[in-house]
Design a protein around this ligand. Structure first.
Ligand code: ADP
Length: 273
């Protein structure tokens, strides 16, 4: 599904001394099947923005279209929108609560009123995407799993709803390097297999640069830079000034070129870093 955001502004606590403009006239378009990295420092407006994309927050002004439907208009069925746009919150494992992995992942599909067979097939599919062995873990308590496994089960719970757009808010936060790599690999495989539209939110370029087709850089509520990772990295100085480090390979290529080498960034890709 495609997403279009038009002049989106959002203010918290309007009319109080604490009024805060969290999104300031944000506009962008995401095409069907694109993998987007939404990046910016803490407080730049990323979480506020993604909560608008599935109708959890209502804009102070501006509109959002999912395909051609304006989801910010009055009378839109937000339950349906939340099925289409799956949102994985930060630390989603805090929301695990069922006795078994199967029960947890099947919770959403069950609420949709699907039959047993369909529910089971969705749970199997979702767990396979996140690399959790169905037979081995379906009857295990989620609370007996490792941190990384818990998080992957929680992500499977959103996947089991088979959303058309998947948004993940800092999915690697607090994981060790192995857990981080596993989650990023899962997301990469999911995009390859399903062609789902994916928005990966992060404050780390390293997490998103390799995976995303396009990056949207947020700063103080505005989307100040957007484009392919390569286009975005051309703004090294701006990125550095807002605390976003460009992946190391860029520096390596630049410093080697300064020393008289003639390396082409088009050939040396970020994934080879
Ligand atoms: P990010 O996800 O990039 O860390 P947020 O969207 O959480 O940024 O925050 C954007 C701005 O809005 C910040 O200045 C933050 O302090 C403020 N903010 C976020 N949530 C609330 C809230 N519930 N009430 C008031 N201000 C908020």
């Amino acid at each position: 599904m495609s997403i279009k955001v038009n002049n989106l502004t959002f203010k918290y606590m309007v009319g109080t001394p604490f009024e805060k403009t969290a999104l300031d006239n944000v506009s962008f378009e995401i095409k069907d099947g694109e993998f987007i990295g939404l990046i910016g420092h803490t407080g730049s407006g990323k979480s506020t923005l993604i909560q608008h994309l599935n109708g959890l927050l209502k804009p102070t002004s501006g509109e959002i279209y999912i395909d051609d439907e304006c989801i910010t208009a009055k009378g839109v069925d937000l339950k349906r929108i939340r099925q289409l746009v799956g949102l994985v919150f930060q630390y989603p494992e805090h929301q695990l609560f069922e006795e078994t992995v199967f029960k947890d992942v099947s919770y959403g599909p069950k609420n949709l009123g699907l039959d047993e067979e369909e529910i089971e097939s969705r749970v199997k599919w979702a767990l396979s995407i996140v690399g959790i062995d169905y037979d081995k873990y379906k009857d295990v308590s989620p609370f007996d799993l490792s941190g990384g496994q818990k998080r992957r089960v929680a992500i499977a719970g959103v996947l089991a709803m088979q959303p058309k757009v998947l948004i993940l808010d800092e999915p690697t936060a607090g994981l060790d390097p192995k857990g981080r790599d596993e989650i990023l690999q899962n997301i990469k495989n999911l995009h390859k297999k399903s062609k789902m539209t994916i928005i990966l939110v992060s404050h780390s370029m390293d997490d998103v640069a390799e995976l995303a087709d396009k990056l949207i850089v947020m700063y103080r509520g505005k989307n100040i830079i957007q484009g392919t990772p390569k286009e975005v990295f051309r703004n090294v100085e701006t990125l550095e000034s807002i605390g976003l480090a460009v992946p190391q390979v860029k520096y390596l290529v630049q410093s080697l070129n300064k020393k008289g080498f003639n390396l082409n960034e088009d050939i040396i890709t970020v994934s080879e870093a």
